[in-house]
Design a protein around this ligand. Structure first.
Ligand SMILES: Nc1nc2c(ncn2[C@@H]2O[C@H](COP(=O)(O)OP(=O)(O)OP(=O)(O)O)[C@@H](O)[C@H]2O)c(=O)[nH]1
Ligand SMILES: [Mg+2]
Length: 198
């Protein structure tokens, strides 16, 4: 799919502020610093559409970006950020759970995980929450440029084994690097398919 236009639409502090125009959301979520904002910039081909930072916790609000005038890419705050209070760190912030569990509009969640790491407890908890609530999601492996191809293959196989130990089927999986623009077509083609079906 071609991205003809990508523009910042709105930052929301709470669910009641998100756009109410009925256009579908494709949202990016995952641990702080995993690469959500970078992925949005890579997909749209706009270098600084979403704010990227080496310091975790950069994205604090729900940010909607209107794509091709017909759907949104949504940049969500990260979870598991080490400098917030312990209770917030262990759970998911209200802004995230409200968006994920209570948002009325059609949304698909891309859960980002760092391809270098074994499955992390907080990601597993989050994926479990999605499964329990029947929320459609896919898993996006980020920063694959930091691994050799054999390391990547072995980490992907480990993650798949882990997912299959908990669930009967694998969700859609995407292998990406914002640095190398890897995985762009896979994600955009997937979104296009979803838009045709919804
Ligand atoms: N090598 C490499 N670095 C990346 C990639 N994606 C993101 N980064 C780096 O990882 C850091 C965090 O990226 P962000 O896109 O801000 O991460 P985020 O998930 O939006 O972070 P928060 O908004 O703080 O939750 C930045 O220093 C990025 O340059 C990638 O594909 N490869
Ligand atoms: Mg961010």
């Amino acid at each position: 799919m071609k991205i003809a236009s990508a523009e910042f639409s709105r930052s929301s502090q709470k669910l009641s502020q998100v756009p109410q125009d009925g256009l579908p959301d494709f949202a990016f979520i995952g641990r702080s610093n995993v690469g959500k904002s970078s992925l949005i910039n890579m997909l749209t081909g706009r270098q600084s559409l979403a704010k990227v930072s080496g310091t975790p916790g950069k994205t604090r609000l729900i940010n909607h970006f209107l794509i091709n005038g017909g759907w949104y890419l949504v940049d969500l705050p990260g979870y598991g950020y080490a400098r917030v209070s312990k209770s917030q760190r262990e759970g998911f912030s209200k802004i995230i759970t409200d968006y994920v569990l209570r948002c009325q509009k059609m949304h698909f969640l891309f859960v980002l995980v760092d391809s270098r790491h074994e499955p992390q407890k907080i990601d597993v908890e989050f994926i479990t929450l999605l499964g329990e609530h029947g929320i459609p999601f896919g898993v996006v492996f980020t920063k694959t440029d930091k691994l050799s191809s054999s390391q990547l293959d072995s980490n992907l196989a480990r993650y798949k084994r882990f997912l299959l130990s908990m669930w009967e089927e694998l969700p859609p999986l995407f292998v990406t690097s914002s640095e190398k623009k890897r995985g762009r077509d896979d994600i955009l083609d997937f979104i296009e398919e979803c838009l045709i079906r919804c």
